[in-house]
Design a protein around this ligand. Structure first.
Ligand code: NI
Length: 137
């Protein structure tokens, strides 16, 4: 049997956030999160890579239809997060600090239910060109 293959779909969205732990003092939040604690929020240009792994479909020659994958990402992530204030507009972050780690986890959970179980899913989220997270690792 041939080995598994991974396809990657790149996407992009802009969003605002504020990193703030409500159980900490303002001083501790500011010292720990720095600029990302700005009370009036700030934006990031997030780059997202969605990685799907599995076996090529013998009949189609595809792993998964890229058009379908791109539609799922658009419906579940881009339309949901692009140009939004993550803290205020995205329900998952009403009780979850919108760090890159948590955003990647939310993205994974939203996509996982829409992608067939036979495929492995991994999400890579860049908050800046130098800082990115991978979930699950
Ligand atoms: Ni930030």
């Amino acid at each position: 049997m041939s080995k598994k293959i991974t396809i990657v779909r790149s996407e992009h969205f802009n969003a605002a956030h504020r990193l703030f732990n409500k159980n900490w003092s303002n001083e501790k939040n500011e010292a720990f999160y720095g600029k990302c604690n700005n009370p009036n929020y700030h934006g990031h240009n997030y780059d997202l890579e969605v990685m799907i792994t599995g076996y090529i479909n013998k009949e189609s020659g595809f792993l998964i239809d890229m058009k379908l994958l791109s539609n799922v990402i658009k419906d579940e992530i881009i339309d949901y997060m692009d140009h939004k204030n993550l803290n205020l507009d995205v329900p998952e972050f009403s009780s979850l600090i919108p760090t890159a780690e948590n955003i990647a986890q939310v993205i994974y959970n939203r996509l996982r239910s829409k992608i067939q179980d036979e495929f492995e899913l991994k999400v890579k989220l860049y908050e800046t060109s130098r800082n990115f997270v991978i979930y699950p690792s």
